[in-house]
Ligand binder design. Structure first.
Ligand SMILES: *[C@@H]1O[C@H](CO)[C@@H](O)[C@H](O)[C@H]1NC(C)=O
Ligand SMILES: *[C@@H]1O[C@H](CO)[C@@H](O)[C@H](O)[C@H]1NC(C)=O
Ligand SMILES: *[C@@H]1O[C@H](CO)[C@@H](O)[C@H](O)[C@H]1NC(C)=O
Ligand SMILES: [Zn+2]
Length: 511
């Protein structure tokens, strides 16, 4: 968990016309190009996948990466190190650069921003004492409130019955003490609310497996209490004592601040092409507070931007809509806000959404989200197979990874829009088999600098980045040319089976 010395609170974007009010839909704040470059499509060649892939070069991507790193460095004064986290100057510069690069394409795109509020929490200091020892695994949950008066609170740990998902699970003596709750069955946020309603001073949620528990409580309510996650090893030891009737005291301390700021999604849509049949794609413009975020998701945002720049040389049959989401790292906030703000009519115009998050992990695997039509809106599987066919055609290996809600496709699937994407891996450990398939090092994370200070210019595999950006170009060119054979949008959406199986919402666990 980040310990920030200071919050950069200004979210004043130097975007000429981004003054859309809260909740404004994306069309409400078009930005106009200052240049009078003519980009009339008449004289341009019709898009072809070969030509668009050919236009992608690693040199152009690396040049953009150097700029992103410089933007991250502008945050050093506030954060003590480079970062592009929302609310930072590094993120603000990133947004300005994306918009200005799009404006340079003349009137090829209609560019707009969508403003939305983000709740941020910064934990300045925290400690959890269980019995007579300081917990080694305690991590404050994301968006946790502070303990009372930002001071330590003392109490007995009280074991909550069942999973702590119902008010009746909380014994009377939780009042004035610290609730001790098992992970599972409902969201961390619900457990914290349960503890708060029962009068607990704080709550501790323990994992059911040995790993540390990094989660988020989600949007704050007046009932949330200061909440820690601890690993299953510490958790089970305490739970056993409590179950035997032994008493265990605790001291919980969280000094934190929860604040709301405004940030923006950036959108760009081709002026030409059938506006009722859009192929949409995006990456997230923000990174985490811990580092410069050059692979996550500098790489995906830059790939998408480079494809947008190159696409402007061509004529399209179908509309292409690009997005750069903000606040992905805070829980997919930008893409959720966007997908939820679509009217039914606007929703139906999006034939599919393609997510591009982390395209250049140093110890990469070529990963494809295993999005199937059985569990997702029809078309998700056709998109998955487009990626499969392309890697095969290049003689490259690929793996399927779970389509489980960890990135910005989530809001689209929930809104009934077919989606999918590719990635190169975060904190998963490379297997021996994957080493044979992709090279690199078994036993290490696919991105050894995931969410860390070292996610810098050295944290990019150029081969993987170029390969995947060409694949992004292929995906855009294919659907910009034609949706022949691609399923029509369904009015009735099959999203229930997806929602039931999802444990994540963005990078942090919610339950
Ligand atoms: C992909 O998902 C389907 C279910 O939709 C499942 O049957 C299949 O085993 C999955 N494949 C992999 C490799 O995970
Ligand atoms: C694909 O994986 C196999 C092992 O499963 C390996 O022998 C082969 O070299 C890999 N191909 C490429 C292009 O890396
Ligand atoms: C990128 O990955 C390829 C294949 O594993 C490897 O040969 C190459 O050295 C890597 N490049 C960098 C800069 O890490
Ligand atoms: Zn990401």
């Amino acid at each position: 968990m980040a310990v920030l010395s200071r919050l950069a609170l200004t979210a004043s974007f130097a975007l000429s016309a981004s003054a859309a009010g809260l909740g404004g839909s994306w069309q409400q704040s078009p930005l106009t190009s200052p240049s009078s470059l003519s980009s009339s499509q008449g004289s341009k060649p019709l898009i072809s996948t070969e030509a668009l892939q050919e236009a992608i070069s690693i040199d152009a991507l690396v040049e953009r990466a150097q700029k992103f790193y410089k933007f991250a460095q502008t945050s050093e004064e506030d954060y003590g190190h480079p970062t592009r986290v929302i609310g930072s100057t590094g993120h603000e510069r990133t947004l300005n650069y994306i918009v200005n690069t799009l404006l340079d394409q003349g009137d090829y795109y209609t560019i707009s921003t969508q403003e939305f509020p983000v709740t941020l929490s910064n934990v300045f200091e925290s400690q959890l004492v269980l019995g007579s020892s300081v917990s080694k695994s305690a991590v404050p949950m994301g968006l946790t409130p502070a303990t009372r008066d930002r001071e330590p609170v003392h109490g007995q740990l009280v074991l909550v019955n069942n999973d702590g998902c119902h008010d009746s699970d909380y014994p009377k003596n939780v009042k004035g003490n610290i609730a001790f709750i098992r992970r599972g069955a409902c969201a961390f946020g619900d457990k914290s609310i349960g503890a708060g309603k029962a009068g607990a001073k704080a709550a501790v949620i323990y994992n059911t497996d040995p790993e540390e528990l990094h989660g988020t409580l989600g949007e704050p309510t007046k009932y949330h209490v200061a909440t820690f996650g601890i690993d299953g090893t510490e958790g089970n030891a305490v739970a056993e004592k409590l179950a035997k009737g032994e008493s265990v005291s605790a001291i919980a301390y969280i000094d934190a601040e929860v604040k709301q700021i405004q940030t923006v999604n950036v959108l760009a849509q081709t002026d030409e092409g059938d506006p009722d049949n859009c192929v949409m794609l995006g990456g997230h413009s923000d990174g985490v507070a811990e580092g410069p975020g050059i692979n996550d998701d500098g790489s995906g945002s830059m790939s998408v931007l480079e494809v947008a720049v190159q696409l402007a040389k061509f004529k399209v049959n179908n509309c292409v809509r690009f997005a750069w989401w903000a606040a992905e790292e805070e829980g997919l906030l930008g893409s959720d806000f966007y997908a939820a703000s679509l009217s039914e009519e606007e929703n139906q115009k999006i034939r599919l959404f393609m997510d591009y998050d982390m395209m250049a992990s140093p110890n990469f695997a070529y990963q494809i989200y295993n999005a199937t039509n059985a569990y997702n809106p029809a078309g998700s599987e056709e998109l998955r197979d487009l990626y499969v066919d392309w890697y095969k055609s290049q003689g490259l290996n690929y793996t399927f990874i779970p389509f489980d809600g960890r990135s910005d496709y989530d809001g689209f699937i929930r809104a009934g829009i077919p989606a999918g994407g590719i990635a190169t891996g975060a904190e998963a450990v490379k297997t021996k088999e994957e080493e044979e398939m992709f090279g690199g090092h078994a036993g290490q994370w696919l991105d050894p600098c995931y969410h860390q200070i070292c996610d810098d210019l050295g944290n990019l595999n150029h081969t993987a980045w170029e390969v995947n950006t060409k694949l992004i170009a292929h995906s855009v060119a294919t659907y910009a040319l034609s949706f022949d054979g691609f399923p029509k949008r369904e009015q009735e959406t099959k999203i229930s089976s997806y929602s039931e199986t999802i444990k994540q919402h963005g990078p942090k666990l919610i339950m």
